[in-house]
Ligand binder design. Structure first.
Ligand code: PRX
Length: 669
């Protein structure tokens, strides 16, 4: 279990903002006076949880056909929420705001990495999604079909997702940083009929091509993909691209032919909205399935109350890419369902200079910022002078997500970026669909480093391995004890894995089965929750989930590699980092002895899975520590990777292995 990272630079905090035991911050009277959330929400949810969610759903969404049943939990863990209701997700995010007279409100302020800006109103976004919906229909896509989306952070990514939702089809967004191989396996698993991509996007001052990865993914074995729609983003019109006639179509050519009229049909509340692949404990990513009515209720409610959204005046910015769940729930569905105005930025935080984010906040008067601890820690490292040279006074609320935030980073974020604004540390997962544990700004007194309390309508517990509640001041495993509207409905095509992964650990406890989140947590003396990181073989690198097994299988696919073991080691900036221990086949020992061999293996992982999976270090070793039953003892490898004295080795089959590893690494040093 990773501990939270140490403070990168203690001097970065002023004396009064160093963490102190028991430190807490009360909401200001001013914030409280106009806060969206109130303590009543907890009371209402406690009085009748299902009625609470039904009320939220009715007040936040438009139902074409109202539901009469809130939750069907007759076949746990397969839940159905609002199942006899009908709605259209895209209509909820678009048309109804226009019909309510807010068509001129800006939905998206988009800035490309080179500095190009587009401002798109709700009326314009609605018209564009209608055209795109007509285009998808003309390509034969309809309810029950899957569409793969592999795009940079450009408005068309959001248009594409909403157009798929509008016609009742299911999207599978694949992060643009994933390799052709990762893209292909996701396309195959979901049997997607269409891929929507772009020529490329801008990253770190350069064009990062996307279409060639799609071409590579679709080459070879026949696929289910019939058409590829290509958005022109990066290259000028006269740049030639590889083109497969009959399969590839330019988005702009096709969209121009489409009508901007499209009537949104209603679909069942449980109509599949999207599949999003995430890493688990095996080598094969899981296609997490989310449906419509419950998911939209959960994301709209949490987006409004956790971010204190005042849609008529706020400019909200969530820095996540749409390739991750945070981008789905808190860039696309939650904010647009709530009629928010939001900033979207295509590029990296340090291009063309280290103050790019702060420049964007100043320029677009961002009032709510939602980002990850990794980003905060890397800004801390570069020093407060950079953000302090911009006017950040428009900010009034900050959010954190993706990994535990250490109190030092929390305090720096609050002081240097927020100038004393409240912070919400939000715990949730791809599987939960929306925020589960977070303070409510204006209501909850906050504590640096603690995610704190479940949001109204959500029930969680910290349990022992046997399913008993831990006491105050104790640690255990985090579980969700009641079904919730945004919960995953399954793993695409694999109901057994769904039951086994999430519902078997606490299947036999009272009122079970309970949802096992895979995270460790501690309850403090007040009963507040502190997240401690994953307890399984899932790593969290810069807030991105990676599986040790997936990286190991990429490594053993390399001809040099006989065996590999991967661990997540603590890292000051990225939370955890990937560290691999590799045994080279004897017939390749000469090649592997060449300088740069370990780097070749690092690059091999990056090209097999994607650059986010590139190990920080690859150690070439002659043996791996194993128990007598042959299980690799990662705990010992983690000790090595983190530079600690190696712990208890008594259960090793061969007690000399750790010494041999230590000697081998010492030779290299
Ligand atoms: O370990 C927890 C960590 O991120 C995991 C979920 O990863 P993913 O599905 O990719 O979703 C990330 C964005 C929601 C969790 O199991 N995690 C997420 N938020 C927090 C967190 N750990 C501590 N504190 C958080 N606020």
């Amino acid at each position: 279990m990773p501990e939270t990272s140490p403070l990168p630079d203690d001097a970065a905090l002023t004396a009064e903002s160093r963490p102190r035991d028991g430190q807490r911050f009360s909401p200001s009277a001013e914030f409280r006076a106009s806060a969206v959330a109130s303590a009543d929400l907890y009371a209402e949810a406690a009085a009748d949880r299902l009625e609470f969610w039904a009320d939220q759903s009715r007040s936040l969404l438009h139902w074409h056909r109202p539901f009469t049943e809130v939750l069907d939990w007759s076949k746990p863990p397969f839940a159905r929420w609002f199942a006899d209701g009908e709605l259209n997700v895209a209509y909820n995010c678009l048309d109804r705001h226009v019909l309510a007279g807010n068509g001129d409100r800006i939905a998206l302020i988009w800035e490309g990495e080179p500095g190009d800006v587009r401002r798109i109103s709700y009326a314009e976004l609605t018209a564009e999604v209608k055209r795109a919906a007509n285009l998808l229909t003309s390509l034969g896509i309809g309810q029950g079909d899957r569409v793969a989306i592999y795009l940079p952070m450009i408005p068309e990514a959001i248009v594409a997702m909403l157009a798929v939702a509008r016609i009742g089809a299911t999207h599978s967004v694949i992060f643009g940083g994933f390799s052709a191989e990762s893209l292909r396996s996701r396309i195959d698993d979901a049997a997607a009929k269409l891929v929507i991509t772009a020529d490329g996007g801008w990253r770190k001052g350069r064009i990062s091509p996307l279409k060639p990865a799609v071409d590579a993914a679709l080459a070879g074995e026949p696929t289910t993909v019939e058409k590829v729609l290509v958005v022109r983003r990066a290259w000028p019109d006269d740049q030639e691209l590889e083109w497969t006639a009959g399969r590839d179509l330019w988005w702009h050519d096709e969209i121009a032919l489409m009508d901007a009229d499209h009537v949104a049909k209603s679909f069942d509340a449980e109509n599949p909205l999207f599949i999003l692949y995430t890493s688990g404990t095996t080598g094969k990513p899981k296609g997490i399935l989310h449906t419509s009515g419950g998911y939209l209720t959960h994301t709209a409610f949490t987006h409004r109350s956790v971010f204190d959204l005042h849609p008529e005046s706020d400019v909200y910015w969530c820095t996540a890419d749409i390739g991750w769940i945070t981008g789905h729930s808190y860039v696309v569905y939650g904010p647009l369902a709530n009629g928010a105005t939001q900033l979207i930025y295509e590029g990296t935080p340090d291009t063309p200079h280290g103050g790019r984010w702060w420049e964007l906040i100043q320029k677009h008067a961002v009032s709510i910022l939602y980002t990850a601890p990794t980003a905060i820690r890397s800004f801390m490292k570069s020093g407060r002078e950079i953000p302090q040279s911009f006017d950040l006074s428009s900010l009034r609320l900050l959010g954190s997500v993706g990994e535990p935030i250490n109190p030092e980073a929390w305090l720096w974020y609050r002081e240097v970026i927020g100038g004393g604004t409240p912070i919400v540390d939000t715990w949730w997962q791809t599987e939960t669909g929306g925020i589960m544990i977070s303070a409510l700004p204006g209501v909850t007194e906050t504590k640096p480093g603690a995610a704190q309390v479940p949001i109204p309508g959500i029930s969680v517990a910290v349990l022992t391995d046997k399913g008993k509640k831990v006491g105050k001041g104790e640690s255990g495993l985090l579980a969700v004890t009641q079904p919730w509207p945004g919960m995953l409905r399954g793993i695409w095509g694999d109901p057994d894995r769904f039951v086994e992964t999430y519902w078997s650990k606490f299947a036999k406890v009272e009122n079970g089965p309970l949802y096992f989140a895979g995270d460790g947590a501690r309850r403090d003396e007040d009963g507040d929750i502190w997240l401690l990181g994953r307890v399984d073989d899932v790593m969290n690198v810069s807030g991105h989930r990676l599986s040790t097994a997936e990286i190991e299988s990429a490594l053993v696919a390399h001809p040099w590699v006989a065996e590999a073991a991967v661990v997540g080691a603590n890292d000051e900036t990225t939370g955890q980092a990937v560290v691999a221990f590799v045994i080279i086949r004897s017939r390749h020992s000469d090649a592997a002895a060449e300088p740069g061999a370990a780097d070749q293996l690092r690059s091999h992982v990056a090209s097999t899975i994607g650059p986010i999976a590139r190990p920080r270090q690859v150690f070439l070793v002659s043996e791996l520590p194993k128990t007598r039953s042959g299980k690799i003892m990662r705990r010992l490898l983690r000790d090595v990777a983190e530079g600690r004295a190696v712990g208890d080795t008594t259960t090793l089959a061969d007690a000399t292995v750790m010494q041999a590893i230590g000697d081998k690494l010492a030779d290299k040093a």
